[in-house]
Design a protein around this ligand. Structure first.
Ligand code: COA
Length: 156
């Protein structure tokens, strides 16, 4: 598996972006923003991760791994590649938002060193393109949680 920056047409990655976000309208808004890393295996894109600038930090805006490749370390490798790239670019903090309902994602990000920051209640609404009635593991999709990870290397 090789991880690198994607220089091609972002449309090719739309399916992965939609795996990460139930709102087509939201994906339209940020599909072409920032930088995107991809994990490729024998020429097949098996995962992506997008970072965008966010007030002196970077936001991990979107990431997904092909369903059949999940749980095999692709997501971890993408995050660590993006962290290293951002750190080299002088960025000291990475933030990420996800649904409070998605407890699997909460475990994933915490295993990658992210810590809880704040909660936005009722962030996933029909007005922002999230259809009513989405339920994740029995929990309604309603609230968004922000997490962050310091990227500074402790030299001591
Ligand atoms: C979230 C996602 C990117 C994780 O990628 P992945 O390649 O499956 O993750 P990894 O295999 O690198 O897992 C790294 C660690 O996170 C854990 N983890 C990953 N997904 C998990 C889940 N759903 N539930 C619990 N733990 C999970 C793994 O068990 C592993 O933990 P370990 O270090 O204890 O072994 C992937 O599940 C995905 O594409 N989900 C759908 C899209 C999505 O929700 N994107 C995020 C939107 S915010």
């Amino acid at each position: 598996m090789v991880i690198g920056l994607w220089g091609g047409d972002r449309e090719v990655l739309r399916g992965l972006f939609r795996d990460a976000d139930d709102s087509a309208a939201e994906v339209d808004r940020y599909l072409t923003s920032g930088e995107v890393f991809v994990a490729e295996d024998n020429g097949l894109v098996v995962g992506h991760l997008q970072v965008v600038d966010a007030d002196g930090a970077v936001e991990l805006k979107s990431m997904a791994v092909l369903a059949e490749r999940r749980g095999t370390g692709v997501g971890r490798a993408l995050v660590e590649a993006a962290v290293e790239h951002c750190r080299r670019g002088g960025v000291s903090r990475m933030v990420v938002a996800t649904a409070t309902a998605d407890v699997g994602n909460l475990r994933f990000y915490q295993r990658l060193g992210f810590r809880m920051l704040r909660v936005e209640r009722d962030a996933f609404t029909a007005a922002s393109g999230y259809p009513d009635g989405i339920v994740i593991d029995g929990v309604p999709l309603r609230d968004r949680i922000w997490l962050d990870r310091e990227l500074v290397v402790d030299a001591s």
